[in-house]
Ligand binder design. Structure first.
Ligand code: SAH
Length: 258
């Protein structure tokens, strides 16, 4: 192996939900040290071009190919940052890279591979609304691209039964509009109509919109692929005030509560 090859690495970094200020200094330092950036087109476009940096954009359906490309380049001595939005370990590229490593040549296991965390959409959305995830919560990807719908449905029912607050990623796309209709139907079967639901769209970008409503008033068209949906637990509360209310879930549940 040449000296150059010995210095290659892969960093899988999260770019946060959109705002520059929500990119961590560690992620920015890795981007500044990189020779190559690999990722889904809109995420790669968030990186400022500079001499010596090659930007490799790819479609979102080719995650394993993208991961293999990054690992190949690192093996050849390149310093590669694989970018995701939010956190790279939340429905994003970190697992795809490790799937490729597990299935790939032994040499990839000797590479320096690091994951740098980022601020995931549900935490940015929660902060924008108040603290709706302030007690126990769970997080579900509503896309059935990579798992059967029946599993999503059973997780939704069990999460509602356990009285978790919930965060839903990928709630609704043009190719599968019916999934979120079913999601709202299931929640209405399991929760009271006054249950708080927050549609947080494009959080921390100039297009940010936070819509706080109830399960009774929620409609499927309130969500799209730029929206993360937060559903409160039965204890989630609103503090009314001029403008948007503050939404929060108290940290405690009474000891005798079931
Ligand atoms: N790794 C990302 C999630 C990728 S899945 C993260 O940690 O945030 C893509 C989904 O994330 C979108 O469909 C949407 O539900 C959510 N999302 C990503 N960025 C968002 C933002 N700025 N505002 C609201 N939702 C966002």
């Amino acid at each position: 192996m040449s000296d150059e090859a010995a210095n290659g690495w892969v960093v899988i970094a999260g770019l946060g939900p959109g705002a520059e200020g929500l990119i961590t200094p560690d992620a920015q330092a890795a981007i500044d040290a990189a020779t190559d950036i690999v990722g889904y087109i809109p995420y790669v476009r968030r990186i400022a071009p500079r001499p010596g940096l090659t930007l490799h954009e790819s479609d979102n359906r080719v995650e394993l190919d993208r991961a293999a490309h990054a690992l190949d380049m690192a093996q050849a001595g390149r310093r590669v940052v694989v970018v995701s939005s939010g956190d790279p370990g939340v429905f994003a590229m970190a697992s795809a890279v490790f799937e490729a490593v597990e299935a790939g040549p032994q040499a990839w296991r000797a590479l320096e591979i690091r994951v740098l965390p980022g601020i995931t959409a549900m935490l940015a959305a929660s902060a924008a609304a108040g603290a709706p995830l302030g007690h126990d919560f769970c997080c579900i990807n509503l896309s059935d691209n990579l798992k059967p719908w029946s599993l999503i449905e059973s997780r939704l029912r069990l999460a509602a039964q356990a009285d978790f607050a919930m965060a839903f990623y990928n709630p609704r796309s043009k190719s599968r509009p019916e999934g979120f209709v079913k999601t709202l139907d299931i929640l209405r079967e399991c929760c009271e109509p006054e249950r708080v639901i927050i549609f947080a769209r494009a959080v921390s970008t100039p297009d940010q919109a936070i819509n706080v409503t109830t399960l009774a008033d929620a409609t499927p068209d309130m969500a799209d692929m730029r929206t993360v949906v937060l559903v409160g637990s039965s204890l989630t509360r609103l503090i009314p005030r001029d403008g948007a209310p503050i939404v929060y879930t108290p940290r405690s549940v009474a000891k005798d509560a079931e």
